[in-house]
Design a binder for this molecule. Structure first.
Ligand code: AHG
Ligand code: MN
Ligand code: MN
Length: 336
């Protein structure tokens, strides 16, 4: 395959796409540089004093890995200076991150999970960075408020992720299909490796943490149980694959087909809507999976239609091939 970079692909293959503006290509380039810096340290994590926990707890009430903080600081530092954002938001930061008056502002709002799958860092399991991009309604100056930037996922102008695994891969969409690029360290570029990714209409994989079985309601147990019954309406036996890094589980299911589920469970009364975050996890992956021909719901409702009320809003997530997500929706709808 001819060596095609991300920006070349954006300009050549999505010419009709209004996203190929100067500001957007600058935003993408800064995201790519951030991922190269994060990937460099992820790949040598064991060799530098960057493993383990900081001892701090983040806004999510989760203990923070040093690599979480490192990835977050790389993204905030680079994106603030890019001159393309009016504000940004991170899974690791309680409030909106304002752009210092020292830097020019732009027309985009960026939300990101700087490091997804943090619990796996020390075990050398694939982890990633997830990003979601909105255009703000009109040029904002001064202090940006939440109501200026909070929009439902269907309003995203781009979304994607980097996955730091055996190689570093970038997958993203601007609404003209889903495209994957693999980092070639010998030239320092992400080169097109997975053009126009389409998720199989039905798979053979289901991904869920079954340890929570006894904390699920009846409808969830029926939905998950369907994948263990070869005589179910899905008509085939499935394999359970669960890495514990959403970005890695999602990426595998995107390529092979199947469904990832993170239902509401009743272990933690402080998390009545489940563990995963709407803005920096569910929305970007939902945009990608729909562009690849799949589906993403909260069990019943389309993820991209959910009107966010707060920055760190959680949501149950059922995402992947249409056949599976649709069957799950029928089960929850019948349960009422
Ligand atoms: P993060 O590392 O950004 O906090 O995300 C972790 C998430 C997600 O990556 C993964 O699918 C899920 O946590 C795993 O949760 P459980 O350990 O409860 O299965
Ligand atoms: Mn995450
Ligand atoms: Mn994270």
């Amino acid at each position: 395959m001819r060596q095609i970079t991300v920006i070349e692909h954006l300009l050549l293959h999505q010419r009709q796409n209004p996203m190929a503006t100067g500001q957007f290509t600058r935003l993408l380039n800064e995201l790519i540089l951030s991922a190269k810096i994060i990937g460099r340290d992820v790949n040598k994590a064991g060799l530098v004093d960057i493993l383990g926990y900081t001892g701090n707890v983040n806004v999510q009430g989760e203990s923070v890995q040093r690599l979480d903080e490192f990835a977050n600081s790389v993204l905030v530092h680079r994106m603030e200076r890019a001159g393309v954002l009016c504000a940004m938001a991170s899974e690791e930061t309680a409030d909106l991150i304002q752009i210092s008056h020292r830097f020019p502002k732009g027309e985009y709002f960026l939300v990101f999970d700087p490091l997804d799958g943090s619990s796996n860092i020390d075990a050398n399991v694939s982890i990633g960075t997830i990003f979601s991009i909105y255009r703000v309604k009109d040029g904002l100056s001064g202090q940006v408020e939440l109501h200026d930037v909070l929009q439902k996922g269907a309003e995203q102008v781009a979304a994607g992720y980097f996955i730091y695994g055996s190689s570093t891969v970038m997958v993203y969409t601007t609404g003209s299909g889903v495209h994957g690029f693999t980092h070639d360290p010998s030239v320092g570029e992400f080169l097109l490796s997975h053009p126009d990714i389409k998720i199989p209409p039905q798979g053979k994989i289901y991904s869920v943490n079954e340890a929570y079985w006894n904390y699920w309601d009846g409808a969830t147990q029926r939905a998950v149980g369907m994948f263990k019954d070869p005589n179910s309406e899905l008509g085939r036996l499935y394999s359970l694959r669960y890495i514990g890094s959403l970005v890695a589980d999602f990426h595998r299911n995107l390529l092979y087909g199947g469904v990832f589920m993170y239902p509401i469970d009743y272990r933690d009364p402080k998390k009545p809507k489940g563990k995963l975050r709407l803005l920096c996890e569910a929305n970007p992956l939902a945009y990608i999976v729909e562009q690849a021909g799949g589906m993403a719901t909260d069990g019943v409702n389309r993820i991209l239609d959910i009107e966010p009320q707060e920055l760190h809003q959680r949501t149950p997530l059922f995402i992947g091939s249409t056949a599976e997500v649709e069957k799950i929706r029928e089960i929850y709808s019948q349960a009422g």
